[in-house]
Design a protein around this ligand. Structure first.
Ligand code: SIN
Length: 485
């Protein structure tokens, strides 16, 4: 590894099962590369079904005692884990940039975001309240309990190698569940560093296990088919989410799915242009456009379109592209060649079908994974780029005339994760907020992600909520006790 760490022990090339750092049974490994220059960062164990089964068994054994610990004890260990994340912020940020590519400051921001879920659920662990219900007869009393679901299989994405782990593992451990995590093959090192810190925090063996693999489908099939695993929490594409839901059907598992999006960003004539530009830049170009809440379609009302475009293109022009370790860089590389190919195909299709290029439109450097921050206008719903999640630094500008038209275009997608709009008329704000078929709506803001709000989508963007007071519900079962006195 090229980057030096204050604590080199956080760079680990083993998986973590039952409190032990282990290789694959056959010692197989796979390479992990830096998307910035394609250099090899290192090699991690390439595990399959047998190691996954062992991790599940370890998690089951640990569950019997972990669920019996006091909420206060679980809370203290989570708090310790949070403290260690903060103490090691610089190292966790560097590891993240190295394997994922996002600029170092943004990576550290993600680590803080990730740590905030651990802190939040350390607190929530103590507040998993039940209920007392007046009985249905004079002599009956009903009490509702919330109990941990059991062993959780967590499958996390490469675009947030740190925060998507803690957003699942934090509430799971707080509720008294144990976890087998499969991080993405592209970014396993952040997960392994988090497991090291969890070990240092004192979580007992088997409570948190990590299986690294280059063959996600094999590990995924083991987690979803296991009778021991009671819950699957997944963040990733809608295509894989649908497959996992099908695989979970045979054992009727509880599932949380945080899947793809196609976020509209609507700007009405009375919007504050400077604020709309700022919000759109934040929401579109975060992580080089590789988040599932990134703006995918900018819908501008005709009366404000020219002014918005003039300022927006200037702002995009200023974005600094480069290696995430360099100072002031705002846009890093895309994750792999497939991501570049997809962006190139979508841009070409749009331009071939009548869209106009305002800026960018090409790779940033030949033979690299960098793509120029791009804006294309005169985009219509008939183009592929209107339907697909771009996952790259490309803004598409649509024009509309009326509020009804904007809502119709915005909702014309199977996805329903994030949406945004800018305007100043209070009646319109309420109407549009209620009409948008999305789980999250940013109103005069491009930043919606926070620990304290219930992150999640509707329609084909998934089911379940992460973070906030609702996040823990995904990891508990409700049981009621009906007493006759
Ligand atoms: C994601 O892209 O999966 C999550 C983004 C966020 O939490 O803001």
């Amino acid at each position: 590894m090229k980057v030096s760490l204050n604590n080199p022990d956080l760079f680990i090339e083993k998986a973590f099962i039952n409190g032990t750092w282990v290789s694959a049974d056959n010692n197989a490994t796979f390479e992990v590369r830096n998307p910035s220059d394609n250099s090899i960062i290192g090699n991690v164990p390439d595990m399959r079904a047998d190691e996954t089964k062992r991790a599940i068994t370890a998690a089951e054994k640990a569950f019997h005692s972990w669920k019996k610990q006091s909420a206060e004890h679980r809370s203290k260990l989570l708090r310790k884990w949070f403290d260690l994340m903060i103490e090691n912020l610089d190292d966790l940020g560097k590891i993240l940039t190295l394997e994922q590519g996002k600029p170092l400051e943004e990576a550290k921001g993600e680590v803080l975001y990730g740590a905030s879920f651990v802190e939040w659920f350390a607190e929530e662990a103590k507040r998993i309240y039940g209920d007392v219900i007046p009985g249905n007869t004079a002599n009956s009393r009903i009490v509702v309990l919330k109990q941990p679901v059991g062993v959780v299989g967590a499958i996390t994405p490469w675009n947030f190698p740190n925060a998507m782990i803690t957003r699942k593992v934090g509430p799971a451990l707080a509720a008294g569940c144990t976890v087998v995590l499969k991080p993405p093959g592209l970014t396993p090192y952040s997960a392994l560093a988090l497991a090291k810190l969890a070990e240092m925090a004192g979580f007992p063996p088997g409570v948190f296990n990590i299986i690294t693999t280059a063959k996600s489908s094999v590990v995924g099939a083991e987690l979803t088919s296991s009778k021991i695993v009671k819950k699957i929490s997944f963040t990733g594409s809608t295509e894989i989410g649908k497959l996992l839901i099908k695989q979970c059907a045979d054992t009727v598992k509880k599932v949380s799915m945080e899947l793809g999006g196609n976020a509209p960003f609507i700007i009405f004539n009375d919007a504050d242009v400077d604020k709309a530009v700022e919000g759109a830049i934040v929401s579109k170009y975060r992580n080089a456009g590789q988040t599932c809440v990134c703006t995918n379609r900018i819908l501008v009302q005709s009366g404000i379109k020219d002014e918005f475009l003039k300022h927006y293109v200037k702002a995009v022009e200023k974005l600094k592209v480069g290696d995430g370790m360099e100072e002031n860089v705002e846009i890093g590389p895309l994750i792999d060649q497939g991501a570049i190919d997809k962006v190139e195909d979508l841009v070409k299709d749009a331009l071939d079908n009548g869209a106009n290029l305002m800026i960018g439109g090409n790779k940033y450097k030949a033979d690299s994974l960098y793509y120029q921050p791009t804006v294309i206008c005169d985009v219509t719903s008939q183009m592929n780029i209107a339907d697909e999640e771009i996952f790259g630094p490309v803004s598409t500008i649509f024009e509309f005339e009326t509020e009804e038209e904007a809502i119709q275009i915005a909702n014309d997608t199977p996805f329903g994760l994030a949406s945004y709009f800018y305007g100043n008329n209070m009646s319109q704000i309420w109407r549009v907020a209620e009409a948008l078929e999305y789980g999250m709506v940013g109103i005069n803001t491009g930043k919606i992600s926070t620990t304290v709000a219930p992150f999640g989508g509707i329609k084909e963007s998934g089911t379940g909520r992460e973070g906030s007071k609702y996040g823990i519900d995904e990891y508990v079962e409700i049981k009621y006790l009906n007493f006759e006195i």
